[in-house]
Design a protein around this ligand. Structure first.
Ligand code: DGL
Length: 299
């Protein structure tokens, strides 16, 4: 901090900025992974597989989940609170593992909030890394998006796809019951068959040329067997975890200044805004191994 007092000509504002830059230049911390609840654990699993050397701090806002049918304003406010919490705990980089939060809050946080909070930190989402590879997967040029009502209503996938591949046709279907089915451990039950078939049929009736389905919600990989069962032969089904992980790997190669700021101990810690015991008991459904979380309060 001696650099602060050495120059009398510095204005207070400049001194503050220098101190801020100095502090953020030397701080090293984990990659923050945020989700409305448990679902982002499917993304974390792939991040750890592809980039095992880094430390991760997962935050699930279970007390206020699900986000899927909440309004733009509420999702934005909750997501911003979570990002600030993860920044406050030392994360230089936060991944919004939640599609709904990526769809409804990411742009505003990146463009409006980040410059004022700390322009050297980064917040990334899951939509762009998914859309980027669509042209390599789809032969017909017709893709289907399965997501929460919030993600579908935001049209984020339609907008991002149009930017990158203007010729591509995008059909969307919201699947409001899939998250509760997974969270109530009914993914293997007969009720799941009914609702998986129902939403797939609804999507295919919108565009029968769809040859690629995007599971645009963190929970849907847990329904993959039933989704496969009710989709036409040869349908390509995209899960996001490895796409997000590969995209982050590429991002860190292109941004060594960020890579240097990530701590490398290979650990993962878990925070939840709900009861930690409750979190731990359901989290293992997603991680396939025991989790020990701690409570954090968001506001
Ligand atoms: N994590 C959310 C998503 O990926 C699903 C759960 C929720 O609705 O909060 O959209």
């Amino acid at each position: 901090m001696s650099i602060l007092v050495e120059s009398n000509s510095m204005t207070d504002n400049l001194k503050y900025r220098v101190a801020e830059a100095y502090a953020s230049a030397i701080s090293v911390g984990p990659i923050g992974v945020f989700d409305s609840g448990y679902g982002g654990l499917t993304i974390l699993r792939d991040l750890r597989k592809t980039l095992p050397e880094y430390d991760y701090l997962y935050l699930g806002d279970n007390a206020r989940a699900p986000y899927g049918s909440r309004s733009f304003e509420v999702i934005y406010r909750y997501t911003l609170e979570a990002v600030k919490e993860l920044f406050g705990r030392g994360c230089p980089l936060v991944i919004l593992a939640c599609n709904t939060a990526s769809a409804k809050a990411l742009r505003t946080i990146q463009q409006k909030d980040l410059p004022g909070i700390d322009p050297t930190r980064r917040v990334l989402g899951v939509i762009r890394p998914t859309v980027e590879i669509l042209d390599k997967v789809s032969k017909s040029g017709h893709v289907g998006i399965l997501g929460t009502p919030g993600t579908v209503a935001s049209e984020s996938y339609v907008i991002e796809t149009a930017k990158l591949f203007p010729e591509m046709k995008v059909a969307q279907q919201d699947c409001p019951l899939w998250v509760p089915i997974v969270e109530n451990s009914e993914a293997d039950g007969v009720g799941a068959d009914y609702f998986v078939k129902k939403y797939i049929d609804m999507l295919m009736s919108k565009d029968s040329d769809v040859d690629t389905l995007v599971l645009a919600c963190t929970h849907y990989p847990l329904l993959i067997d039933k989704i496969r069962k009710y989709t036409p032969e040869g349908m390509k089904i995209l899960e996001q975890g490895h796409l997000v992980a590969e995209s982050l790997k590429d991002y860190l190669k292109r941004h060594p200044e960020m890579e240097r700021r990530l701590s490398k101990g290979g650990t993962a810690e878990f925070l939840t805004s709900e009861n930690p015991e409750k979190f731990d008991s359901l989290a293992s459904l997603f991680t396939h191994h025991p989790v020990k979380s701690h409570r954090c309060t968001l506001d």
